[in-house]
Design a protein around this ligand. Structure first.
Ligand SMILES: *Cc1c(COP(=O)(O)O)cnc(C)c1O
Length: 405
């Protein structure tokens, strides 16, 4: 857990934080400018008193890597600062961050309110694992704010939100719903993976805890799994305690990869925000494209909420192609600058149909009810030159339309 004071003065701006936060406080080995990867599982002491003081958290230090580790802490400090939090604790994956946070606060008989469009793994926690221990889960229509408020007003321990959502990039009014949750004494947890701290800071909108799958944008290079939860010292201390005992600790090597990736987070997100907006506008004009979902488009149903709570609209969009599944089976493999894969948020453009990724276990009817036509493509915009991405989309679409006529 990272909760010690590092910055007495005002925090610097985001790009500077991406580069410097978390990096400056540890004695770097022999003048190294980069954070060492401390693989050591345990940390030795010269005398029992020093060891005891660290164990009692009366002195700074590390004892055992399942609890804390210098490389892991540097990563935690960087995200903590970017989210404007007092403390942060990390995990072996985004799902570990989510499940550990939910299990820390929910007890049998208590109620959690959330949305139908949460990330697939999160949805499984809500539909399979939490009900099994007698937790009352209420999943509401994602943009029915009044419906969510009504569910919250019936009393709940925790309100769990995600915005933008996967894959239809719906937007939740975090400030409005956090207010409703506070009124009944519920904790507000927000998965900020899609937005990143560059585009949105849920704690400033009234959330108590913000969670990331660091595997996606924070790391940005699709080569390390990780997760993190940020919030007040008090709340993070509880989550940290659950994690230290249940054991889903982030590995030092992965912490290093994520830390290095994060130095360019602000640069990457700036580019991805710009690329995605240009691509979404371009897609709107293509006769082969039937529907474009992107919160930066004035046609998006929650565009006004997105403008209010986000600094940028993110790199994620989705669109549907005429001809449905048959069409995208031809279209997607024709893209030269896009991996067909389940991942998102990395430097390369990544595409995938929700049909085989986030919503693989749903029936056609369930997908239709969630606003996911068979021909929907989830598009995670990379940092490539947008001219090349547009040309690539154009050649792939144009060949598809010819075949399908
Ligand atoms: C990927 C993802 C997760 C899960 O993260 P893992 O690191 O894969 O465990 C959770 N929430 C969102 C929004 C995601 O995209």
């Amino acid at each position: 857990m990272s909760n010690h004071k590092t910055h007495q003065s005002a925090l610097p701006n985001q790009s500077t934080q991406c580069v410097w936060s978390g990096e400056t406080e540890h004695a770097l080995y022999e003048g190294a400018t980069q954070q060492p990867v401390v693989h050591s599982v345990s940390f030795a002491y010269q005398n029992i008193d020093d060891w005891h003081a660290v164990a009692l958290e009366q002195a700074e230090g590390h004892i055992y890597t399942r609890n804390t580790n210098p490389t892991v802490r540097a990563f935690e400090d960087k995200v903590r600062d970017l989210e404007g939090a007092a403390a942060a604790t990390s995990f072996s994956s985004g799902m570990a961050a989510i499940s550990n946070t939910l299990y820390t606060f929910l007890r049998p008989g208590e109620r959690v309110v959330s949305i139908k469009d949460s990330y697939g793994g999160t949805n499984k926690l809500f539909t399979e694992f939490l009900p099994a221990i007698d937790i009352d889960v209420r999943l509401c229509d994602t943009t029915d704010y009044a419906g969510i408020e009504a569910a919250v007003n019936q009393g709940c321990r925790l309100l769990y939100l995600e915005s933008p959502t996967n894959p239809t990039v719906k937007i939740i009014d975090i400030e409005r719903l956090a207010k409703a949750a506070k009124a009944v004494g519920a904790l507000v947890v927000v998965d900020n993976t899609f937005a990143t701290p560059i585009n949105q800071n849920p704690l400033q909108l009234g959330a108590d805890i913000v969670i990331h799958s660091a595997t996606k944008y924070l790391g940005g290079h699709a080569d390390a799994l990780g997760g993190i939860a940020c919030g007040s010292r008090d709340l993070i201390k509880k989550i940290y305690h659950f994690r230290e005992i249940n054991g889903a600790a982030l590995a030092p090597m992965d912490a290093y990869s994520l830390l290095r990736g994060m130095k360019t987070l602000s640069l990457r997100i700036d580019r991805q925000n710009r690329n995605a907006l240009i691509i979404a506008n371009w897609l709107l004009q293509q006769p082969m494209v039937e529907q474009v979902n992107y919160p930066g488009l004035p046609t998006h149903p929650n565009h006004d909420v997105a403008r209010k709570q986000m600094r940028g609209f993110g790199g994620m969009l989705s669109f549907s192609v005429a001809g449905g599944l048959d069409a995208i089976k031809e279209f997607l493999p024709r893209l030269r600058y896009a991996h067909m894969a389940a991942n998102l948020g990395c430097v390369e453009t990544v595409v995938g149909p929700p049909l085989v990724t986030s919503h693989v276990e749903c029936t056609t009817e369930e997908r239709a009810a969630a606003g996911i036509p068979e021909g929907l493509v989830r598009y995670s915009t990379g940092i490539e030159d947008v001219e090349d991405l547009l040309a690539d989309l154009e050649q792939a679409l144009c060949n598809t339309s010819r075949t399908n006529r």
